[in-house]
Design a protein around this ligand. Sequence first.
Ligand code: ATP
Length: 653
Amino acid sequence: NPAKANYHPVDDACWRAGAPVPYLALARTLELIEATSARLKIIDILSNYFRSVIVLTPDDLLPSVYLCLNQLAPAYESLELGIAETYLMKAVGQCTGRTVPQLRASVARAGDLGLVAQSARSTQRTMFPAPPLSARSVLAALRDIARMTGHASVDKKIKKIQSLYIACRHSEARYLIRSLEGKLRIGLAEQSVLAALGAAAARTPPGGDCLDAAKGKTPDEFKAIVDEHVLTIKSVYCECPNYERVVPALLQEGLRGLAGRCRLQPGVPLKPMLAHPTKQLAHIFDRFENEQFTCEWKYDGERAQLHVPELEAGGGPDLSKAAIFSRNQENNTTKYPDVLGRLTSLLRPNVTSCVLDCEAVAYDVVNKQILPFQVLSTRKRKDASEADIKVQVCVFLFDLLFLNGEPLVRRPLLERRQLLREHFNEVPGEWQQATSRDCSSLEDVQQFLEEAVRGSCEGLMVKALAGPHAHYDIARRSHNWLKLKKDYLDGLGDTLDVVVVGAYRGRGKRAGVFGGFLLACYEPEHEQYQSLCKIGTGFSDEDLQNLTKQLQEHVIEAPRPYYSFDPQHSADVWLAAARVWEVRAADLSLSPAHRAAIGRVHPDKGISLRFPRFVRVRDDKTAEQATSAAQIADMYLAQDQVRNSTTAKTNMD
Ligand code: ATP
């Protein structure tokens, strides 16, 4: 029981040294985590489990990390599960003698197929029990399932799922089925897994014979050691978000060698730096009062992280291995064969390897003009052939993160920008440096913003240029980058990216298609999707037809137990939390019926959007990357009318 105080990584583990880690050991750990809400306790439980793995079966640390994150491989390998619920029901039903409708009814009661599968399995006898599952065998089987493609793959997947399911004991079935569904739902965030890894390595250092390094140290001394480990692992993972590199390096080198072995390198996409919205020009000067900053045009396209590794033999760039990754580290290389085909014109002879942060923007080559994002989104998303490409793309370079074998993320933007200008060519309409100006007055910024808008851009990015805040803040939504969109200035701080969780059938002119939708924001603390508003405006007829079609694959029987909404908003058709839309609104208001950010601003009222309008589909965001409840609460509080009334109230008090 890894929740035990003074857990002993050998005596308290349920397997022997060198044996594969039983999947049951992991499932029990997940069960404990699921029953715990305190984040520190969760980290403690998981780190005890990791300590046992480090001491007894270090090779299983990587499968354990993947399984508790419900990941199969690094994001850029795009290996995903997420098997349709009906197929999972078929697999469970065939093993337990239940029909799909019976299972559906049980799921409606229990709220979760994982729990139903667990209880169905526990009431079933097996004549010849299958050998117990191990963490590594389950991960290998899940990877096999994810890789099955083609005609007969559904049947093959169902068979493989059945063979796993039949071997499940106790809560294994619950987590196996949830993994297959694509969501563990135990409230375990990636940051907590990293913290648990760091804490485990601090207490039971890999490769040594010390089982409890806390012994003989004061709590404060030991806490400092743990903090250092956690910080190191988190920052190493930011630079090299690939557990296949980080976990073995941790096991072999311990904390000390970790940063040296896992540095940023071409081929492994890093999580990008993001910006904070600003509503008023004056805020820029509040933020960068005594700091040098620069303004760049904010292009409206798709983020493109361009990686060019060095030839194995050295001496020059290996263009055949160049790759483009999305904002979410997905591999977009086959989407942009045209862009990669013209790399030679970009790289000057003094470049052997690089990682560039860029925006790919649709471009009208004849009229030499930037085109709206909507045009870019009509490009094929994968396996595009150069001959078929109709929408041309110009890549705007705005940052240089790695050059000739050296990560640059810790250097100030001023230096990175200088290197960017010195090492890369501009080719009009193909490769261009982001237009920038180091403004010094409010009028300058205002004028530059107007120029950006006339140049078909969304607005400006304002960035710390020199000084202590001008490094590249990997994976952070940072105050060192501010975004200023033209429509921020009079409306809400930003558009919102929200999750579509339900749909309402259209009537009259909209009969036959969905006419309205229920939108939600994500609350990571409770892993909930909280209703934010209904929306029916901003859609063209064509939009509604396309969206109705697109959403069909996400239709589910009943709302998920982790959807929080008022019954008055019950949808005609419920949808799995999969699609993210960008919406605009007049403002945010407190709502007795909607649940977004409930408890953050008001104890029992949520926040809702007034006059929401659909802007576009955000294919580059996952549901968990939608605007969070905390961001919604911040946006609500930042509204002038709310701020003024709070200030007035405080003054009266
Ligand atoms: P948004 O809806 O504003 O694109 P986001 O959450 O995708 O939001 P933000 O950090 O809020 O990302 O805005 C930054 C995005 O703007 C980047 O992800 C990038 O794709 C785009 N962008 C365009 N021009 C620039 C630029 N000059 N510098 C940085 N990012 C830029």
